[in-house]
Design a protein. Sequence first.
Length: 367
Amino acid sequence: MACVIDESVVVSDDGQPSAKQETATIQTAEVSTAGVVPDTTEVKNQPSEKAVVPSAIPAPAPEDTSHIKVSPLAQKLMDDHHLTVEDVLRGLRRIRKEDVEMVINMQSETTGAKEDKSAVDTSAYRREERRPLTQLRKKLSQRLVAAKNQTAMLTTFNEIDMSQVISLRNTYQKAFSEKHGIKLGFMSFFSMAAAIALKKFPQVNSQLAGDEWIFFDYVDLGIAVQTDKGLMVPVIRNVEKMGLAEIEKEIARLAAKARNNRLSISEMEGGTFTITNGGVFGSLFSTPILNPPQAAILGMHNIVERPVAVNGRVEIRPMMYVALSYDHRIIDGRDSVSFLVKIKELIENPMLMLLDGDNAASRLLDI
């Protein structure tokens, strides 16, 4: 038996085989010795196993590879093997995880470079201003550096329960203001307590001048006042002889002159001890710097309610941290700590400032 396959293939306009295969005719002939050819049988759409022509795939449009960067070594290797960029890309039939990660990393680096460039560009809109130091700032800077470099400064700390002072102040504030025309603050209590404690511990109220150690039997108290031009420390003379009302009035007078830049040199000279209150700005804890030639400075801080142990129980009390910075060359640790403990004792029990029976509060407040 002989088999003849007749395939009819449709050719498209571009000369490529059509995707659709036409009718295939299979002729089967049985050849006899007489050479008779039998009838032809036509079978449609019965593809032969080996005779099927696969559907043609349209050629993809040529890819623009002008944006692809080729290293010199890669270009030489392609030239040696007569390859083009398209040939290499066509050979990459599978995208691996590493390939995707590499592209992501490249994009991240490019984005980061753009952001860095943008950050540099925005620097053109930043500006700085240089101002000459004022004479006051120069003098203050010199004194602060001298205090750190020319003294053996040390700081000791304690905490004070402000409950009694706050209660006393709230109870008598109205009567005090009506009589004296000024409000009762905490600074006057600390000023009076400091004057009493300085009398008890004269080393804290002393100064070192060369080879001489100077002691004072009076208390000229410096009160640190913050102004627009810087820190000023006017001095209240003979605080040990004043009551709370006198101290409050003098503080108000000197503070107003300081803020209006009307303080005289004599009003800022000759202090023997200084108090600074960072609590008015919210300071909780600090180490105040000495005000030379003084040997000590007391730092007040913010009043904060917190739990404390009182007679074996936990109670919420208004507490203040206090700090005493001192020149260790002439003030021993025992005297500095004892001085601060005395301040604590007087503030926590303000009636001790006047041991005068039942009318102690009235005499203390002069009402």
